[in-house]
Design a protein around this ligand. Structure first.
Ligand code: SF4
Ligand code: SF4
Length: 217
């Protein structure tokens, strides 16, 4: 993966704008991630229900911060200041006493996971911002928002049917992105969010619980 030599400020501005709109969309899954996190911790504390490990909370199982360190660090230094990682470690320090010493299926936990969720508030690793896990696809399918099956995780671009531009904005791929591409991307996410927010909160919550039952219990 190439190391961005210089962070392009225009690209970074667009990246943050898209990231915010994706955060709003992901927020519509309501408490799905916290249910997933709590159930994962419960299973780890009980010694791990091995057959479900592949569906454990992604932030507990994987370490996106170190997997993407070479590109994440320069972006974070520009975006959140040179002490960003010290701050992440400080917030992670109290994370579920002793839990980080447990054996996990991947190379997790990610150091950015804290009791209140992810403590990196902008310019997270791209995967964290674009990937919809199988539980999210389950909810989107059952609520009629998308027709994809939930046998695997998907990237948001597969759902909005647009080419990925975030890699170029983040500096992990060369190439120019223009404002019309950014506008189209933002418009597509907004349309998806409007469709998803048309599903009642009660229904979204009950599908989140159903999804956890389906994958984790
Ligand atoms: S695996 Fe899916 S539901 Fe669980 S924390 Fe990750 S994104 Fe959220
Ligand atoms: S950076 Fe944040 S969202 Fe990504 S894996 Fe780590 S804790 Fe989860």
């Amino acid at each position: 993966m190439p190391i961005p030599r210089r962070v392009n400020s225009n690209h970074l501005k667009w990246y943050k704008e898209i990231e915010k709109s994706l955060f709003r969309f992901f927020g519509l899954f309501d408490n799905l991630c916290s249910l997933c996190y709590e159930e994962t911790l419960r299973q780890i504390e009980q010694g791990g229900e091995r057959n479900n490990m592949e569906h454990w909370c992604c932030c507990v199982a994987d370490n996106q911060v170190h997997d993407h360190w070479v590109v994440l660090n320069p972006i974070q230094e520009v975006s959140n200041g040179p002490l960003w990682y010290e701050e992440v470690k400080r917030k992670h320090a109290g994370w579920q006493e002793g839990m980080h010493r447990r054996r996990l299926p991947g190379n997790g936990p990610c150091p950015a996971i804290c009791t209140g969720g992810c403590c990196i508030k902008s310019c997270r690793p791209i995967t964290c911002t674009t990937q919809l896990c199988e539980k999210m696809i389950f909810v989107l399918n059952k609520s009629g928002v998308s027709g994809f099956g939930w046998h695997k995780a998907l990237q948001i671009e597969e759902i909005i049917e647009l080419p990925g531009i975030l890699q170029a904005l983040y500096g992990v791929r060369t190439g120019k992105v223009d404002s019309s591409q950014v506008e189209l991307y933002l418009k597509s996410i907004k349309e998806l969010a409007v469709k998803f927010s048309g599903v009642s909160l009660q229904r979204r919550k009950s599908l989140a619980a159903e999804s956890i039952d389906h994958f984790l219990k």
